[in-house]
Design a protein around this ligand. Structure first.
Ligand code: NOJ
Length: 752
């Protein structure tokens, strides 16, 4: 092997280019490039001998036939790999299958350039973690990073290199099903979580065997579709785009994310996939992003339906010119780019830039050194669903649960008391729904149902009676009688209510976000018996819970918690774990309040109960049922002694704020201490509250801690009418507490 490498080295780049026109390099060439001590400039050397078809191949991503997540499917993806016309595949996984496909690319194509394997690993690969919205409710950045780390470890053991995550779209509309995949309504929290997920997926170095390439999506503003309907149009000011929607994408890129996915929606009238302002000005010029940009599924083709391109070929030109490097599934580059380059409609320089970015990532992942390094069946067997991974999933799952109500402290249930429990509801025994949407390779049979979770902790199984009562959806009430009979015999009723896992996620918007079907009726019927009721909610978005609130003594929001769901819920129900989650999205009181979010702008006519002509509804309060940042504990935390070390902040002198938090109850607990500001007077209207800092602390019974936060002028910047970030002198109020309605307050002034 060595003499061949020496031969190519002596030959030099010029010689290689010359010879490549005559020879089929196959094995020889590949060996040159896969040598352990790589030649400098591998990507450039490779680029110099690639044909235009081969280059376009690297810009093409096709799905395998394993999973279908969109409207079209190419039956010929294996031939495309073989012909060098497709450089990346998604929805193919397992060490065995990725090896099979990689062999085609490496052994059967002229240059043997390895494939990149992508997949929607959104909240776990096989060990499924809580849906991202649920995990976000933990406000536990370390745990969230750990969740992504485990997902990367399992995925890379199964041959994958690239996850289409994190999804960082801020959303203020719970009708939009994809809120399940994000971090909720706040961009500050969202940015912290975005960075943690990138770090978790990518690890310290992309070359590490358990690091996978992150793909921040969906760029940009996909979370603001009109009326919460998926794929609908987005229209907002540049000020709002920059201030509210962009920060999490930026945070992900600053954390090192090396790929970005465009979104389906338009921004300022131009679909994101052809949007030069987004992809060139913001992403490349302002943020200095040097990774590659991939489209969402057929989003180039969809620019025809958007009505901004007459045909697919024109749509392809728009995308290529805007800086889209890779076409997911649309086959537009595949079909038209060759001719467009040859006819001079698009420059070879643009193509080369895109191909270089993609090859650079393949190089960073170590694929040129060993294209099969991720296809290790032995590692796959040992890693996937390991006890350590399941333990990590259970840990994040219990931290994601939010205690919404606990009237008369009926929770936790004392498991040693021998009380008879009726577990009622369509989600009582489910394994499948626990997976939520985008559950990658997760199997329902690996999930611990709520029933199994309870049984694992109840000593005498005959104390638990389980009845479904009704389906999640539909009108059938024939199961009500059995449910009522079980409830009558019980000391405590636990009702497992909520949505199907796929009622949120992509293409899963709902116009009415009450509990579906007859579940509210079932709850009311059981409630009429007068037994204490604990409602365990499983859902992928905020729901309208006014009726649930009226008919239950306790409520736990458990989202879809994944593989260890039932165990985690049992931990909380029985007090093994004191709930610490806080809502990452506002829970409205009724449909009319939507869209709703805590950081609304100040209006000229703020709410005034006695003045009709103020901003309010005739038939509803303005306040949500549960505000952003809200969540109870089995103990109570008292906030006092808010203080600051200086009443004046300048550009170079930050201010330190402190507050004393005391655990007033009899059990240890965790609290998310949140700091919000209000800019009292500015040159543009500012939000009534903005989250600026938070810290999750642990306090033993009776313990108190002083929590400190530092803010500087940079934290107080906003966008002016010219869309430039500025900070302005003036008064600021600071609120610290356990949710976005915190009342403990101080103030300071920012001076020049
Ligand atoms: C469409 C979705 O919008 C996107 O999030 C996902 O990554 C792709 N399909 C691939 O499955």
């Amino acid at each position: 092997m060595q003499p061949k490498i020496t031969f190519f080295r002596l030959l030099g780049l010029g010689g290689i280019i010359f010879l490549s026109h005559f020879l089929k390099f196959d094995q020889l060439f590949r060996q040159h490039f896969t040598a352990a001590n790589q030649p400098v400039g591998l990507v450039d050397s490779l680029l110099s001998i690639m044909t235009l078809e081969e280059k376009i191949g690297q810009m093409t991503l096709f799905t395998s036939d394993w999973e279908l997540t969109g409207p079209t499917l190419r039956a010929t993806y294996k031939e495309d790999i073989q012909n060098g016309r497709c450089g990346a595949i998604f929805n193919a996984h397992t060490a065995a299958y990725t090896r099979e496909l990689q062999k085609i690319a490496v052994n059967e194509t002229r240059l043997g350039i390895p494939l990149l394997f992508g997949y929607d690993v959104i909240h776990g690969y096989k060990t499924i973690f809580p849906i991202p919205l649920g995990e976000s409710a933990s406000w536990d950045i370390e745990a969230i990073e750990k969740s992504a780390r485990v997902a990367a470890d399992e995925s890379t053991a199964a041959g994958l290199h690239w996850t289409f995550a994190p999804m960082v779209d801020v959303s203020r509309d719970p009708r939009w099903g994809r809120v399940a995949e994000g971090a909720g309504e706040d961009h500050y929290l969202g940015a912290k979580i975005a960075a943690a997920r990138v770090k978790g997926f990518q690890g310290d170095n992309l070359k590490d065997l358990n690091s996978m390439l992150a793909c921040v999506k969906h760029f940009a503003a996909y979370g603001a579709p009109q009326a919460g309907r998926d794929y609908h149009s987005v229209d907002m000011s540049e000020m709002t785009l920059r201030e509210i929607y962009l920060p999490p994408y930026k945070a992900a890129i600053d954390a090192g994310a090396k790929s970005v996915m465009t979104s389906f929606n338009d921004v300022f009238g131009v679909p994101a996939t052809g949007n030069t302002f987004l992809l060139k000005q913001i992403l490349r010029d302002e943020w200095g992003f040097d990774g590659f940009v991939v489209t969402d599924y057929t989003s180039i083709n969809e620019m025809v339906a958007h009505g901004v391109a007459a045909n697919e070929a024109d749509a392809g030109l728009m995308a290529a010119k805007a800086g889209v490097d890779m076409d997911m599934q649309g086959a537009v580059y595949y079909k038209y780019l060759l001719q467009q380059v040859r006819s001079g409609q698009i420059s070879m320089r643009l193509i080369d830039e895109s191909v270089k970015r993609i090859l650079k990532i393949k190089e960073d992942l170590g694929l040129f050194e060993d294209p099969f390094r991720y296809c290790n069946a032995e590692r796959e067997k040992q890693t996937i669903l390991s006890p350590a991974n399941r333990a990590a999933a259970r840990d994040v799952a219990k931290k994601s649960i939010v205690l919404l109500k606990n009237q008369g402290n009926i929770l936790p249930v004392d498991v040693n008391k021998g009380q008879k429990i009726a577990l009622i509801g369509p989600l009582a025994e489910t394994q499948k729904e626990l997976l939520g949407s985008w559950s990658a390779a997760g199997f329902d049979t690996d999930c611990v149902s709520l029933k199994s979770g309870l049984l694992a902790q109840i000593k005498n199984p005959s104390l638990l009676q389980v009845v479904k009562g009704c389906n999640i959806n539909g009108t059938d009430k024939t199961g009500f009688n059995a449910a009522l009979a079980a409830a009558k015999k019980a000391d405590i009723v636990i009702m497992a209510l909520g949505e199907e896992g796929l009622m949120s996620g992509e293409a899963a918007s709902r116009a009415d976000i009450h509990l579906p079907g007859v579940q509210e009726d079932l709850l009311k019927a059981v409630s009429a018996l007068g037994k204490p009721i604990i409602v365990v909610l499983m859902n992928g978005r905020p729901l309208i819970l006014d009726q649930v609130d009226m008919n239950a003594q306790a409520m736990l929001e458990t989202w879809f918690l994944g593989t260890e769901g039932g165990n985690a819920i049992a931990d909380v129900l029985f007090g093994k774990y004191n709930p610490s989650g806080k809502l990452p999205m506002t829970f409205p009181k009724n449909m009319g309040q939507i869209p709703i979010h805590y950081n609304v702008k100040s209006t000229g006519r703020p709410f005034d109960a006695v003045n009709k002509y103020t901003s309010k509804y005739l038939d509803s309060p303005n306040e949500p049922l549960y505000p952003f940042g809200f969540g109870l504990s089995y103990t109570q935390f008292e906030y006092s002694s808010i203080a600051l070390n200086d009443k004046i902040m300048t550009k170079n002198s930050p201010v330190e704020f402190s507050v004393v938090v005391k655990n007033m109850g009899a059990v240890a607990g965790e609290e998310v201490v949140q700091l919000y500001i209000r800019d009292v007077v500015a040159s543009v209207t500012r939000p009534v509250r903005e989250l600026k800092r938070f810290e999750k602390i642990n306090l033993k019974a009776g313990e108190q801690k002083t929590v400190k936060f530092t803010l500087s002028a940079n934290d107080l910047t906003f966008y002016n009418p010219q869309n430039l970030p500025v900070w302005e002198p003036g008064a600021f109020e600071v609120f610290i507490g356990g949710n976005s309605l915190a009342t403990l307050k101080t103030q300071f002034s920012l001076v020049r």
